[in-house]
Design a protein. Structure first.
Length: 405
């Protein structure tokens, strides 16, 4: 190991003997007591020295070997230490791609805050390159969301949509103005490639033709149709449910942005659960949905505030990446919603419905961990979620749920 104190965390002395790593409550850690010599020694932990050299340097500073080892061990146990050369073979290969590493350096630093183990951040970043994600819908939300995932290092982002780019599909970071009139799918794929110009071409277009390919780690449903955002049709996710493919909903409806739920088939609430729950609460819900769906096609574009669409794309991408990196984010069993003009995010719980054939409700009693384990492949670097969600109103214990590859 070549220890490096995680550079993502700013360092400050709270007093003569106590160091605080990090500024924000979410990730800050204090360490003490730390004497002056040890404080100076911390500057040597920059990833350029292995342990033997660090012990030598420590001796020159009158720090015995066991003290040096103790400091390194303590930093590691506190989640403050990274390994300048760790992460395994895939990480080594990634480190060899300087242009990729330079582009993703801030993302790597951010990953070091959630991956505690030395080498864990680069391992996760390297794992992203092996993932396949599909985004269905290439409007203001979907195209940008797909580009963000690609830019963040996801190896293959496949966008699906029909028709041609309309002037109102154009969004910064998503479909460009010069794509108007071009096929939506090909324009969105161009945006995806542009976000990660250094990524390898992994598949031919023909190889990615199966619309419900169970090999996707995640499918994101980002419909341009506002009814599909507000009242997602369970039948459109039928194949995803059958194949056990995790999927996430995101979009804008009228003046409201929506992210979620993230559906872990058989384990968290699905679109059918959502529909049944709404029907329980409001007997008129199915009647309204039927009218919205059968309404005449719009002659004009639906309402979709550009800033709101950008916000939704960003939050949905963040939830997607958190999931792909191994956590179960708060979008499972929840819909995050934000409405103009006050723009305060609120979470609405979406509970697994006892009558839903997805059977997620059966597992609420804690039997989920073993269920369906066999039908899901294991993603090499994905670990169990570290914490149950505290904010989402979904106090489900952390489980060892893993994604498709
Ligand atoms: Zn369900």
């Amino acid at each position: 190991m070549h220890p490096v104190v995680k550079p993502a965390l700013r360092r400050g002395w709270r007093d003569l003997n106590t160091v605080q790593f990090g500024m924000t409550p979410a990730h800050a850690v204090t360490l003490g007591p730390v004497d002056t010599a040890t404080g100076s020694f911390l500057d040597l932990l920059d990833g350029t020295r292995g342990l033997p050299l660090l012990r030598q340097e420590g001796r020159r500073m009158d720090l015995p070997e066991d003290h040096v080892d103790g400091v390194v061990d303590r930093l590691e146990r506190s989640g403050l230490l990274d390994d300048g050369r760790g992460g395994g073979e895939a990480a080594d290969a990634l480190r060899g791609r300087k242009e990729v590493m330079d582009r993703l350096r801030p993302d790597l630093a951010a990953l070091s805050l959630t991956a505690r183990a030395p080498g864990g951040a680069v391992r996760r970043l390297a794992a992203r390159r092996g993932l396949r994600v599909q985004v269905r819908g290439a409007g203001r939300v979907g195209a940008l969301l797909a580009a963000v995932l690609s830019g963040a290092g996801v190896g293959e982002v496949d966008v699906r949509d029909g028709g041609c780019v309309e002037p109102w599909d154009v969004a910064p970071g998503g479909l460009p103005a010069d794509a108007v009139g071009e096929r939506r799918e090909s324009a969105a794929r161009r945006a995806v490639r542009g976000a990660a110009p250094d990524r390898a071409v992994r598949r031919t277009a023909g190889a990615a033709s199966a619309p419900d390919d169970p090999g996707h780690s995640l499918v994101i449903l980002a419909p341009r149709d506002d009814v599909a955002v507000h009242a997602p049709d369970p039948s459109s996710a039928g194949a995803l449910m059958a194949s056990g493919t995790p999927h996430l909903y995101a979009g804008v409806v009228e003046g409201t942005g929506v992210v979620g739920p993230l559906v872990l088939p058989g384990e968290s609430a699905c679109a059918e659960c959502l529909h049944r729950e709404r029907t329980d609460r409001d007997a008129a819900w199915p009647r309204l949905v039927a009218q919205w769906r059968s309404g005449r096609a719009r002659r004009t574009a639906p309402a979709c505030d550009l800033a709101l669409a950008t916000t939704v794309a960003g939050l949905a991408a963040a939830h997607a990446l958190a999931f792909l990196d191994g956590a179960v984010p708060c979008a499972a069993d929840s819909r995050w919603e934000v409405s103009a003009p006050h723009l305060t995010w609120r979470v609405r719980a979406v509970r697994p419905h006892p009558g839903c054939p997805c059977a997620a409700a059966v597992d609420i009693g804690g039997e989920r961990a073993s269920k369906d384990a066999g039908r899901r492949a294991t993603m090499a670097e994905q670990g169990p979620s570290s914490k149950p969600c505290r904010q989402g109103g979904t106090a489900r214990p952390a489980r060892t749920w893993r994604a498709h590859v």
